[in-house]
Design a binder for this molecule. Sequence first.
Ligand code: ZN
Ligand code: ZN
Length: 213
Amino acid sequence: MSERSTESTGEPSCGCKVGRVAGEYDLTGLDEELVTYWTDQSEDRYSTRDLAAHVNQRILESALVEAGLQYRDGEVENTYRLLTDDDVSSGTRVQTRKELERDGVPVEDIESDFVSHQTVYNHLTACLEASLESPSDEERIERSRDKLGALRNRTSAVTADTIEQLDRNDVLEIGEFDVLVDVTVTCKDCRQQYTVRDLLEQGGCDCESVADD
Ligand SMILES: [Zn+2]
Ligand SMILES: [Zn+2]
């Protein structure tokens, strides 16, 4: 236990590890940052791994400040990389840790306070009740197509099984057979019929697209 935790003025926003370290290291505005970066619509959107690194770098930064160290631009990121990146040799890592300890930075405490991407994800979804933007129209259509396709396959399989079983028990007689499942949707406005596949494909009934103009 670092003594910082007993002296901390920051209030944890929740009971999970992210909330605890945010309070302990006084990481103001962290929750807002996490939600904003995570739900960013652009290509700059952070993954939960990126977010975990961000939280951990803020922890490290806070600890460097606490130890009264001056650090230059990019130095926190670089030190974090030296401590955590798999590509860094163990010799370099040991050296980095030694230097930090010599400067009065409690490396071990800090490392045990580092959070994982899973912890960040849980904090975002459970504590902050954040969620990623709802799926795009294309994604919705695609998911629906998959769902209905699976349902059709299942209907086909169950139908074939049932008929085979009746045939085996001599309740029903049939030769070789195929089952074709075709779901039809009829627009009540114009009586036009579509297979569900075509309807998804064209994104609506013809009569509706005319009415929209
Ligand atoms: Zn939390
Ligand atoms: Zn119609």
